[in-house]
Design a binder for this molecule. Structure first.
Ligand code: ADP
Length: 163
């Protein structure tokens, strides 16, 4: 069987991007020739940052990784995969608590698209407790979250809180 170059898609809301996300993207970029960070455009979800803001924060945060592109999509992930001719999803696994949801989603995506594979990557241990919602919470309560997010994201959150 001839293998074509795999395009790995890392989907998420990234509201905001954290160092845990960047850790996973770095690992995926070593494994796959091309990685697309696909930011979800979900009208039903209440976001801290608009899609445009999340796109620009993520683009800046991964600008040094040459085989990583940042894009957005709305609708079903499997439809997006078909559109860009990919069959590979990357997700991050932090702890057992992520497992059940991720397992269910991986199997559901496989029901929706037969050839899809979901690859789980584990971040550095120090990021296993980190989530976007935790960062939003700490920021809104005035705590120090500098070590949890890329520098450009830190500045953006600080600016947002001033306005
Ligand atoms: P979603 O809204 O799809 O859950 P997130 O933006 O919260 O998206 O996360 C996207 C992916 O990154 C998910 O697979 C999630 O488990 C993973 N992830 C989130 N935070 C971390 C972290 N600190 N370390 C590793 N993976 C993470």
């Amino acid at each position: 069987m001839k293998h074509k170059e795999i395009i790995a898609v890392y989907p998420g809301s990234f509201d905001p991007p954290t160092n845990g996300h960047i850790d996973i993207i770095g690992r995926a970029a070593k494994l796959f020739p091309k990685v697309i960070v696909a930011i979800t455009h979900n009208y039903n979800k209440k976001h801290m940052f608009t899609l445009e803001e999340r796109l620009s924060m993520m683009k800046e945060a991964v600008s040094k990784m040459k085989n990583v592109k940042v894009a957005s999509f709305s609708g079903l992930l499997v439809d997006y995969l078909n559109k860009i001719d990919s069959f590979c999803i990357v997700r991050g696994l932090r702890a057992l608590s992520d497992f059940e949801y991720e397992f269910q989603m991986a199997l559901m995506n496989r029901k929706l698209k037969k050839d899809v594979e979901t690859v789980f990557l584990m971040p550095e241990q120090e990021y296993t407790f980190l989530s976007s919602s935790m960062v939003r919470e700490i920021a809104s309560l005035g705590g120090n979250f500098k070590n949890f997010v890329p520098n450009n994201v830190y500045k953006k959150i600080k600016d947002k809180r001033k306005n």
